[in-house]
Design a protein around this ligand. Structure first.
Ligand code: ADP
Length: 601
């Protein structure tokens, strides 16, 4: 996994876990607080409403108590009392439907709506007659069919109860007070009597028409309990219900709120917490991405730098921070620089070593070829030498046998046979000498006895050696050597060998009637000696090989002309020993010119 992903996961783990714990704890705590507060508010509102009901009822009882004590009720004529009552009713708009008086027998002696009758059997009459202010149960009015109560109080004259003052009180005003309770959209408030009959409800038609004593709160309140609870109400809905018992009137006030609506704060809290958590997680992710990016970017640069270093196209990594990573980057840059330097040096060394190896390889190949050549030469040499030695030996043997077998051999024949033997011995001696000379030259063992040598003198000596052959072959020899030619620093004997060889070759490869010119010319430092013949010449490509040992342009020439391909090798070896070279120019059919330069003496 990449470091960046690991860092993001790390940040998420270390922040999201505690965050979740905090969110969870605060949610639980706040949820409890909200629930408590909702319950406290609802029961407080219920209790306040209960108190308001009691206050309102007390005010009604006080009205009866006060009016029943008034002179206008006891002493004054009925008309005057009626006027008073009308004014009083107007002052308490909508509260009182009727004030009326009853005599001790229960007969209605006064009614502000001029009603008559006897209510002697009613408990509210009997209680008042006993001297109590009494409140009847809620009932539906005979007249308006709407809920009302009758409040009664004794009327006294000189300390004696002379009648009862009664008022039919509409509960509408009281209901309006109750309806002020906040019950939300789906809540319900109702008052029940001790039997569970509804005596207040928003829907007035339900009053005294329904009994809901199967409701949990109704049961509780009719046991004269106050409280608040969550339960399933008589409609099958889950509610939070608060109930308050009014003992004076044996009424139970019940306020129910749909549980979801009641605890909507908890729902909102949950949503807020989820939103906060999401926001926090997004914040954490954002910061984790930014921070991990800041941390891993330089590491990535280091990685790319390392790859570049491996591929050899390293560019210094920009240092973007002053922290440990920044210092690491600086360190890496300088290390990479040093490495590149070392690499360059190594590469240069390897290149050199490679070149060296190539050179050595070439040398080895050359040496190998040389060795092969040498090997071939060795075989050639062996076959040639054995052939060259064998041929004279066989003719010597024949001559010797002939001498041995013939006793009466004449002098001339004997001389001829002996001269054959001597000639072959010479031939063999020359060959062996040639080989020995060449091996010395090649081993660098030729000792030069350098002295001032006159080319003229050497040319003459050499000419003496070959002039008979030249005459025999009818080849003219011209020595074109100035008389005042300077001397050269050379080994006389060896130089004669060179000229002999060149003359012998020229004679061998020039036919009768041809000519050979030996010339010499000098410049400031040296003298150039050249031998030009009018012989058969050679092809250009053969020229570089003629100085090799045992090389002959025409291998059949050995039989025709003699020689074994060592003359030019020996000659060029001798000239080389004089720090010079033999050059050759030749064309088939047009003759050849051999030349070399020697330092002046
Ligand atoms: P060889 O004993 O065969 O003369 P050399 O080393 O002296 O050996 O000469 C090598 C060969 O070079 C000869 O065999 C011949 O083919 C060629 N060569 C040398 N000199 C001449 C020349 N003057 N004209 C033509 N060919 C020559």
């Amino acid at each position: 996994m990449r470091i960046r992903s690991e860092l993001i996961i790390f940040f998420l783990v270390i922040s999201v876990l505690p965050l979740s714990a905090v969110v969870y704890i605060s949610y639980n705590y706040s949820e409890g607080a909200i629930r408590d507060s909702v319950r406290a508010t609802l029961s407080g509102a219920t209790e306040n409403t209960g108190n308001a009901i009691e206050n309102w009822m007390d005010a009604r009882k006080d009205d009866i108590r006060v009016i029943s004590q008034l002179n206008v009720a006891v002493e004054s004529p009925k008309e005057q009392f009626k006027d008073y009552i009308k004014i009083f009713e107007n002052e308490h708009q909508g509260v009182y439907r009727e004030f009326y008086m009853l005599d001790p027998s229960g007969n209605i002696t006064f009614s502000d709506i001029d009603r008559t009758g006897n209510e002697g059997q009613k408990s509210y009459f009997q209680e008042a007659l006993r001297g109590n202010i009494y409140v009847s149960d809620v009932s539906l009015s005979n007249i308006s069919d709407t809920p009302e109560i009758i409040i009664t109080g004794p009327v006294r004259k000189n300390g004696e109860t002379v009648g009862v003052l009664a008022a039919r009180v509409s509960l509408e005003n009281l209901y309006r007070i109750i309806e002020k309770i906040d019950i939300g959209k789906s809540g319900e408030v109702f008052i029940v009597n001790q039997d569970g009959d509804i005596i207040f409800h928003k829907n007035r038609s339900r009053i005294l028409q329904e009994n809901i004593n199967n409701n949990f709160a109704v049961k509780e309140v009719t046991y004269e309990k106050n409280g608040i609870n969550e339960y399933v109400n008589y409609k099958g809905q889950k509610v939070l219900g608060s109930y308050y018992w009014l003992p004076l009137y044996r009424w139970g006030l019940i306020v129910e709120k749909n549980i979801d609506e009641a605890y909507v704060g908890v729902l909102i809290l949950g949503k807020v917490m989820v939103a906060i958590s999401l926001f926090a997680v997004m914040g954490v992710v954002f910061f984790a991405v930014v921070i991990s990016g800041n941390i891993t970017r330089p590491i990535k640069s280091l990685e790319e730098g390392s790859m570049g270093l491996l591929r050899g196209n390293f560019k210094p990594i920009p240092v973007t921070s002053v922290n440990e990573i920044g210092r690491l980057t600086e360190l890496f840059n300088s290390m990479a620089g040093e490495l590149l330097e070392i690499r360059k040096k190594l590469e240069a060394k390897i290149e050199l070593a490679n070149k060296d190896l190539e050179e050595k390889n070439k040398e080895l190949t050359c040496a190998n070829e040389e060795l092969k050549k040498l090997d071939e030469l060795k075989s050639d040499f062996l076959s040639l030498v054995s052939h060259e030695l064998k041929t004279p030996l066989s003719s010597m043997k024949i001559s010797a046998e002939h001498l041995e077998s013939e006793e009466n051999i004449d002098n001339a024949t004997r001389k001829e046979l002996l001269s054959i033997i001597i000639r072959n011995i010479d031939r063999q001696t020359r060959l062996i000498n040639d080989i020995l000379d060449l091996s010395k030259i090649e081993a660098g063992k030729t000792e030069l006895h350098l002295e001032n040598v006159s080319i003229r003198e050497i040319a003459d000596a050499s000419f003496e050696n070959i002039k008979q052959i030249a005459n025999k072959k009818n080849i003219s020899i011209i020595l074109d050597i100035p008389n005042d030619l300077s001397s050269v620093m050379a080994d006389r004997e060896k130089l004669i060998i060179v000229l002999n060889n060149l003359f012998e070759n020229a004679l061998k490869f020039t036919s009768g009637g041809g000519s050979i010119i030996l010339s010499a010319a000098e410049d400031s430092n040296s003298i150039e000696v050249s031998m030009k013949d009018t012989g058969i010449g050679m092809e250009k490509e053969k020229l570089e090989k003629i100085f090799d040992k045992f090389y002959q342009v025409d291998s059949s020439s050995r039989r025709k002309t003699g020689g074994c391909g060592l003359g030019l090798s020996i000659s060029s070896g001798i000239i080389r020993a004089h720090d010079s070279v033999i050059n050759v120019e030749s064309e088939p059919g047009k003759g050849s010119t051999f030349s070399f330069k020697l330092k002046k003496g």
